[in-house]
Design a binder for this molecule. Structure first.
Ligand code: WTA
Length: 636
């Protein structure tokens, strides 16, 4: 039994779980009433499995709830405290933010953007990124933000799938002191996409760009834009955004989130988990290009009128003290980051964080990957000085917001280092075996959700069937998360990583499918498979296995070429740590690559473990491939 720590803050509500357990629909109905609606809903939940519509008939607007509702009491309160990588800073109050969002919404309208149109946003971590998102939300356009670490081929796929007519980007962005030339990436990505009519370019780095007839400079459009633009009353299930996430097969999945349910989920979970108060300074280190950034950098804090720090660069640039320096500078009270960022800091010892004044901190959060108990304890003791609860939040792009987390804002729960404790109220999580029966305590099973929840994805963009197949076909009536977990004898949930082949590198979710098809598109490559290798600092790094075409010989030049291809097609963050050249890949009888076997091999499992794999396997073939990979690993 691990050590436990008592936590408790906030205004406790002893009845909240009772209410949620007795009727989750009316429970969420009550939560939704805390937002501002233009008109009320007539039905709380229309559940036509696996399609859920929350607050049917209600009219709402995300930008209105994020900005307009605060104008009377908080227009001069800082919303965003922005810190540039080079030390620049900007403060945007709630009043400033609304003014900018109104203007940019007018700009979008003047470019012909209408309700339901998609707008791709490919920007670095600068205030114009949330401004562009909120401007879309204001007029009912669907934003689709692409992480600025993605390169041209990935960007092209995503723009192509969403059919965005307008792209918002910057000349460049700063990353580790260097300029990333984003506009050039956009130019390459949209070369053959005739449906893209306008590209709005923010000048951030002034690195000199060539403008074409479809390009417009952000500041010029803003200068001429109308300062008034009312928030459009939209249906509760009007799509708010598409966020692409990669899977193990096929093209990236366009996860579609709607408005009313998503905002309700964020409003409640942000309050419950972070016990948010008017005086708090919140800092989440996630990039807005990923879901944590959408939900808990942009929307949740704004719904609560909170002040948040937005940091442009890498947390360890120019050195490992940067993150703690920002916490001290802004007096951060609530800090939300990833286990990878913590592991990286931990390696440099306690002296660095100890040399900063972090006494304003009152609550610490983590997300994105399992947190090792050792890292948890370091976070609790060295950073939080045993005063701050650790809120370990489990969720996914698809869930919209947290589903498992300690909730110091509403209850006192003893914490166990490394456990996310239990499900949030109003959500029914199960841990099941491969046949769908409840897994016994302390036994690893698949994490499923048995009831709809307000933040859940609506569907996959233009692909209801794939939505159904990917999430709702494995266990009847249940949402399949793709994660392993177990419940201990006290009912605490422990997350044990992905059950499928999705990779988590430094907290970034990377699909095997995109990487493999990138490698295979190289002229010398016949087949490829990638998998994760455990890594002390980054949680997981990527190993790639490549079968070359007949007559092609492996050499170091080829390895560099393949790495370069991943960097320029997908992005540097997805580059494999190691490429192994093999003569064939282990496959099941039905021809599916057994990535789990590869994973077992690179993570040091013994040959005997092969026979314990569940798949219908051609064991001898696997055995041969296994031996060959071992040999090639020993040679490297
Ligand atoms: C993993 C990120 C353990 C998990 C919000 C999930 C976690 C995937 C945790 C989703 C956590 C997220 N403990 N694992 N607290 N939080 N994960 O879509 O494997 O980028 O399925 O969403 O991250 O990643 P995504």
């Amino acid at each position: 039994m691990p050590e436990t720590f008592e936590i408790g803050l906030g205004n406790h509500d002893p009845d909240i779980r009772k209410k949620a357990d007795s009727d989750f629909v009316s429970f969420w109905d009550g939560q939704a009433r805390q937002l501002s609606w233009f008109s009320p809903w007539t039905e709380t939940l229309d559940w036509n499995p696996p399609f859920a519509r929350w607050f049917v008939g209600g009219k709402i607007n995300a930008s209105f709830n994020a900005l307009d509702v605060h104008q009377l009491s908080k227009s001069s309160k800082p919303a965003i405290l922005w810190e540039g990588e080079n030390g620049e800073s900007r403060v945007l109050t709630y009043g400033d933010l609304l003014a900018q969002v109104r203007k940019f919404a007018s700009v979008l309208k003047s470019l012909g953007v209408k309700t339901g149109d998609r707008v791709t946003i490919y920007l670095p971590m600068v205030p114009e990124l949330p401004i562009a998102m909120l401007a879309c939300a204001r007029i009912g356009a669907i934003h689709t933000v692409i992480f600025s670490g993605f390169n041209a081929a990935s960007l092209k796929d995503r723009i192509g799938d969403s059919g965005s007519k307008v792209i918002v980007t910057a000349d460049g962005g700063y990353r580790r002191g260097k300029i990333v030339r984003l506009k050039e990436v956009v130019d390459k990505a949209i070369r053959d996409l005739d449906f893209v009519k306008h590209v709005v370019v923010l000048e951030r780095t002034k690195n000199g760009i060539t403008l074409t007839s479809r390009d417009h400079l952000w500041h010029k459009l803003m200068h001429d834009a109308s300062p008034s633009c009312d928030a459009e009353p939209l249906d509760s299930d009007h799509p708010l955004y598409i966020l692409y996430t990669s899977g193990t097969t096929g093209r990236p999945k366009g996860v579609l989130h709607r408005t009313g349910g998503y905002l309700t989920h964020l409003y409640s979970t942000y309050k419950w988990a972070f016990d948010i108060r008017d005086s708090d300074i919140f800092f989440c280190t996630a990039d807005i290009g990923w879901v944590t950034g959408h939900s808990y950098v942009v929307y949740a804090p704004l719904l609560h009128g909170a002040t948040w720090v937005m940091y442009e660069g890498a947390p360890d640039f120019p050195d490992a003290s940067r993150m703690w320096e920002i916490l001290q500078k802004y007096g951060v009270t609530i800090f939300y980051t990833t286990p990878t960022a913590l592991r990286m800091s931990m390696r440099f010892g306690d002296d660095i964080p100890d040399s900063f004044d972090l006494s304003a901190l009152r609550l610490l959060g983590t997300v994105g990957e399992p947190i090792n108990p050792g890292v948890w304890t370091w976070y609790f003791k060295t950073i939080g000085k045993e005063r701050c609860p650790i809120v370990d939040t489990w969720w996914q792009t698809e869930t919209g917001g947290m589903l498992i987390s300690p909730l110091p804002g509403i209850e006192t729960v003893p914490l166990k280092p490394g456990s996310g404790t239990c499900a949030i109220p109003g959500v029914d999580i199960g841990i099941v075996d491969k046949d769908g029966a409840d897994a016994a305590p302390n036994t690893r099973g698949h994490l499923v959700v048995r009831t709809p929840w307000p933040g859940m994805l609506l569907t996959l963009w233009n692909d209801d069937k794939r939505y159904q197949d990917a999430y709702w076909s494995r266990y009847k009536g249940c949402y399949y998360s793709g994660d392993y977990a177990l419940k201990d004898a006290d009912g605490y949930l422990w997350l044990l990583g992905r059950a499928d082949d999705v990779l988590k590198v430094a907290g970034h979710r990377i699909g095997t499918a995109e990487l493999e098809s990138c490698l295979v598109s190289h002229r010398s490559v016949a087949e490829s498979a990638v998998c994760g290798v455990r890594d002390e600092a980054r949680g997981e790094v990527i190993a790639a296995f490549v079968v070359l075409k007949q007559g092609i010989r492996k050499d170091h030049g080829l390895e560099d070429e393949l790495l370069g291809k991943v960097r320029s097609d997908i992005g540097a963050f997805a580059a494999p740590k190691q490429i192994y050249f093999v003569s064939k890949l282990p496959k099941t009888r039905s021809g599916k690559i057994m990535r789990r076997l590869l994973k077992a091999v690179v993570n040091g499992a013994q040959t005997g473990d092969v026979s314990t794999l569940e798949d219908d396997t051609a064991v001898t073939e696997v055995q041969t491939a296994f031996d060959e990979i071992k040999k090639s690993m020993n040679q490297d």
